[in-house]
Structure formats: structure tokens, C-alpha cells
Design a protein around this ligand. Structure first.
Ligand code: BDR
Ligand code: CA
Length: 310
């Protein structure tokens, strides 16, 4: 099985992506490294532990860094609930977080699974950037890096130009995008193009197992917010990135281009600047997902919500 390490800030759409990963028999989730982002680290760690418990999986959870590398940034509690899981007041998980720091866990696991590890980053890139600063040879041991982040024509969700994960810690994103020679990217605009109709989501949730029932509870607040703010379709960003990670052959159109992270700018900090016309002569390092097989995307989600703990 392909070893899969997920760096994540759960977060409601992160949780869906994790359930998809847990349900995939061709991949083995070897760890969850936890970032701050959607909400503070205390909550994202607690949420990861709880999700593992509900899903019945024994995956180690490593806490990362509680703040962006340089500048503080506001969270997204207004989307995901103040606790990141819809404020449903769940009973905390009995299991504990590991002692090892997330950045060190990334490095250790990259050695243990050298050349084979699939790394999927679903939150701000703080932990991955720190791991790179500690050991710049990290990319040599990663088989594939998939990132959810950015807005490739600068139609962001957190500012007019920037997407949340990149905006939260642009310096970290810059470090990661400069260090890896190849990144598979599912950006916010791809997510908008792959919305899930709320009526269908509700059908899947109603047919759900223990995992699905828990997911129905924790996602209700954000789904209602989404109906109110964005209409008929739900934009489950991290789920699309996970589909791309788990079943890359479901990608129907991928465009490789150079990409830079904007670190300055009155209106543009955190923007992902894609050199679409290759004007700067840089390498095409980022493979941007443009179109993914929608039926396959829906099937991966539906199956993940229907699955029961082993
Ligand atoms: C990204 O930001 C977060 O709120 C989501 O979990 C996702 O990773 C979408 O912009
Ligand atoms: Ca996320």
C-alpha cells in the first residue's frame, strides 16, 4: 500500500478528506500532522483525534506549530465553527496526541518511507515549511506532494486575490513552492468548478454509517453557511485535493506552469501568481488541476461517508 501522510487543519472539509483517505484500501495513512489554520491548534488537534476515534482508525496524530511563521493571521471559525467542527459539543477523544512535533514527524516518516511517501497538505503549509528548513533534502524522499491551496487566476476566497491556506501563512507557502520541483495543486478555483449539490450531499449523509452520522453533525453549520453565502453547491475544498491524491487518473485536465507566492502587496499578499504564458522562463513546477471526473469525485465521497469502522 502507498504510505500517505496528511498535513491538515481539521476543519470540516479536512475531515471529509480524511474519511476518504481512511476508506482507501490502496493507501495506508501513516500519520496526521496538524497545522493551525481553520481554527487554533488546540482545536485542530482535538478534532483530528476525535475523527480518528469515530472512524475507528489507529493513526498517530502529531501537533505542529500554533501560528504562522512570521505574521499572525485570522482563522476561519466563522466557516467551520469556533471549534472547527461545527460547535456540536462532542465528547473529547480518549486517545492522546503524540509527543513528537509535526515537523519532526514529517522528516522521520519521509525517511521511513523514502521514495514512496505521498504527502497531502490540506492546510496552511507551516509544518511542511519548518520541516524543509530543518532538512532541505526532504523533497528527495517524497514521491508526490499534493497541496490544496491558492487561487490560480487570483479569485480568492479569503481576500479578492488570495485563498485561505496560502494567505494564512504565505512565507511558509513560499518556502514549500520554491523547494519542491513538482507539486500537484488543487486550488480554490478548481474547487468552485467542482461544487457538490447540497441535495446530493444530504442524501449521502442520510445513508451514512457511524462515520457519516458524525460527519452530518459536524458539517451542518458550515453547510448552512455555504447555502446562505454560496448557493446550491458546497465547495468541499480538501475533498477535491484528496480525490486528486488518491485517484490521480481521475484528473481530466492538468496544466503545468511556474507559480510564485506573493509575499507583499496591499491587496495581493498570499496570492498565487501563475505564469500562464511562461513569460519569466521559469520551470513548469506546479501541476494545476483544472478538471476532475465529477462522478468519481462524488463516488469517493459517498463511499467514505457510507463506510463503517473495520
Ligand atoms: C481551504 O481553507 C480551509 O478553510 C479549508 O479547510 C481548505 O483547506 C479552502 O480555501
Ligand atoms: Ca483545510
Amino acid at each position: 500500500r502507498i504510505p500517505l501522510l496528511i498535513d491538515t487543519d481539521p476543519g470540516v472539509d479536512d475531515a471529509l478528506a480524511l474519511l476518504m483517505a481512511f476508506n482507501d484500501t490502496r493507501h495506508e495513512v501513516v500519520g496526521l500532522t496538524i497545522a493551525a489554520g481553520n481554527v487554533g491548534l488546540k482545536h485542530t488537534v482535538a478534532n483530528a483525534l476525535k475523527l480518528c476515534e469515530v472512524a475507528g482508525v489507529d493513526v498517530p496524530v502529531f501537533a505542529g506549530t500554533a501560528a504562522p511563521l512570521l505574521h499572525p493571521s485570522p482563522d476561519a471559525g466563522y466557516v467551520h465553527g469556533q471549534d472547527g467542527f461545527g460547535d456540536v459539543g462532542y465528547e473529547p477523544a480518549k486517545r492522546q496526541v503524540e509527543a513528537e512535533h509535526a515537523a519532526l514527524a514529517i522528516l522521520r516518516l519521509s525517511h521511513e518511507h523514502a521514495g514512496k511517501l505521498l504527502l497531502v497538505a490540506l492546510g496552511p503549509l507551516t509544518n511542511v515549511a519548518l520541516a524543509l528548513k530543518l532538512d532541505p533534502t526532504l523533497p528527495q524522499r517524497i514521491a508526490r506532494l499534493v497541496v490544496m491551496g491558492g487561487a490560480v487566476t487570483c479569485q480568492g476566497n479569503i481576500t479578492p486575490a488570495a485563498e485561505f491556506n496560502i494567505y494564512f501563512d504565505p512565507e511558509a507557502a513560499h518556502i514549500v513552492f520554491e523547494a519542491f520541483e513538482h507539486i500537484d495543486l488543487a486550488d480554490w478555483e478548481a474547487v468552485v468548478a467542482h461544487g457538490l449539490h447540497h441535495d446530493r450531499v444530504i442524501e449521502w449523509l442520510k445513508a451514512g454509517s457511524t462515520r457519516g452520522q458524525f460527519y452530518e453533525r459536524i458539517s451542518e453549520k458550515t453547510r448552512l453557511w455555504s447555502i446562505d453565502r454560496r448557493g446550491d453547491h458546497w465547495h468541499a475544498a480538501d475533498a477535491l485535493a484528496m480525490a486528486f491524491a488518491l485517484e490521480p487518473d481521475g484528473a481530466l485536465d492538468v496544466q503545468a506552469r511556474p507559480l510564485s507566492i506573493e509575499l507583499e502587496g496591499t491587496h495581493s499578499r498570499g496570492a498565487t501568481i501563475v505564469d500562464w504564458r511562461r513569460q519569466e522562463g521559469r520551470e513548469d513546477r506546479v501541476a494545476i488541476l483544472m478538471k476532475y471526473d465529477h462522478e468519481r469525485f462524488e463516488r469517493l465521497i459517498r463511499d467514505a461517508l457510507a463506510a463503517s469502522p473495520a
